[in-house]
Design a protein around this ligand. Structure first.
Ligand code: HEM
Length: 120
């Protein structure tokens, strides 16, 4: 149940991130709307919260938890690149955007494989 909630927020965070980068590119004034300023933080907080609940629910801290550490370390990198993608312009925006997507996919891959080095 919590896992489905977590996955729902994974999708909502991905969609809202892509939509904000598009808005920053095409209609930056949209980003000034209070709803669009608050909603992404609410979604990200709920994603984090549901992840933390899953950690305890699954008893993940008792066993092999390297993958959870990897997720938590990658999360601020995703957030940082995401901020750059919205604030910078031109080539820097798109580089940051694709970097953020790669980190996001890495976080998802780590979760599925329960392995920080699943790509190796
Ligand atoms: C961008 C952020 C995140 C993404 C893309 C993401 C993605 C995923 C995915 C795809 C799964 C399902 C894996 C599976 O069952 O096969 C999952 C599960 C899980 N995630 Fe996240 N997650 C994110 C953030 C977090 C955070 C911040 C935490 C911890 C604080 C966390 C902890 C967990 C845990 C414990 C599970 C459940 C494992 C299980 O019981 O099978 N996630 N996540």
């Amino acid at each position: 149940m919590v896992k489905h909630v977590h996955l729902l927020f994974v999708v909502l965070v991905a969609v809202s991130f892509a939509a904000r980068v598009l808005a920053a590119q095409l209609k930056p004034e949209l980003l000034q709307r209070p709803v669009l300023k608050i909603a992404p933080h609410a979604l990200a907080s709920l994603l984090l919260l549901s992840g933390i609940v899953l950690v305890f629910q699954g008893g993940w801290l008792h066993g092999n938890f390297g993958w959870i550490v990897a997720k938590l370390l990658a999360l601020p990198i995703f957030i940082g690149l995401g901020m750059l993608a919205i604030r910078r312009e031109g080539q820097q925006r798109w580089l940051a955007f694709f970097g953020a997507i790669l980190v996001f996919l890495y976080i998802g891959g780590v979760a599925i494989g329960k392995d920080a080095f699943f790509i190796l």
